[in-house]
Ligand binder design. Sequence first.
Ligand code: AHG
Ligand code: MN
Ligand code: MN
Length: 332
Amino acid sequence: MNRHITLGEFIVENQKDFPYAKGELSALLSSIRLAGKMVNQAINKAGLSEILGKMGNQNIQGEEQAKLDVMANDVFISTLKSRGEICGIASEELDDFLVFDEPKHQNAKYVILIDPLDGSSNIDVDITVGTIFSIYRRISPVGTPATFEDFLQPGNAQVAAGYLIYGTSTILVYTSGNGVNGFTFDPGIGSFFLSHPDIKIPKVGKIYSVNEGNYIHFPGGVKKIIRWMQEIDQAEGRPFTSRYTGSLVADFHRNMLLGGIYFYPEGTTAPKGKLRLLYECNPIAFITEQAGGMCTNGTERILNLKPTELHQRVPFYCGSENLMLQAHSFLN
Ligand code: AHG
Ligand code: MN
Ligand code: MN
């Protein structure tokens, strides 16, 4: 690993490519990095502290909140609020978006949407979890409070997006529209170093990631995709390998590096699937396309969808081109 380029240096070097507000976006990415380090530290010692387990209440989407969901949410919000780079935040764990309107936020040009802790069901069993973020330039005028419209922009308006994966090592992956780069955290030094420059998703993948326990609920086209993955075809190397952790960040990160497809389709019990357009699908779609992969709701590009509500769910398919094209041929 090249220990010469830190995330901080990389951001400063590459801010030349940003068309506007260079310093602020760099500072914002630094704030995310700082909050990520705090969450990383808490996750690493979760079993020794009092933060495993459930809160005993549900979030706005009717999902049971884990203590770490709430802790990660609080860390990101307080860190970002204590600085002046954003005028508001929307989080998977909050009912509504938050407006930051202290004097120091007066000139803030950005909003963030965040899934503070992705893969909550895996926290207590020591399996990889993550944080996913998405950054937009506000639509409302600077100096006024952030509005609903600032948060409901289509994914193709994202300025930057990324995730932290708290796995065997902690890695921060992000794009600001000029390729995808990954930075591995060195806990001894306390810095992220460029470890995965210019990531490209292999055009041909052989891994599929889906919750097959829901098979009975899936539409016919989705069942065909799964059966096709499982058929014997020596020339193509089928049957393909199935890998699914239940943490989108982990399943996506693996497939991005090795080649594969992740899908969370609609089903009879989940008419729009499960994943959230604003906090999960859009940022992952931006990264996927920047890495040369494809990301759709089964028919349309995720990045072209016009959101109508904060916690909107959409069917989601993303990954290597060969598998995405094959999936589309069964879906349409
Ligand atoms: P979150 O923990 O932020 O609620 O997200 C969980 C998501 C995603 O990470 C994962 O791929 C999917 O839900 C798993 O859902 P199933 O348990 O239904 O497979
Ligand atoms: Mn999630
Ligand atoms: Mn979450």
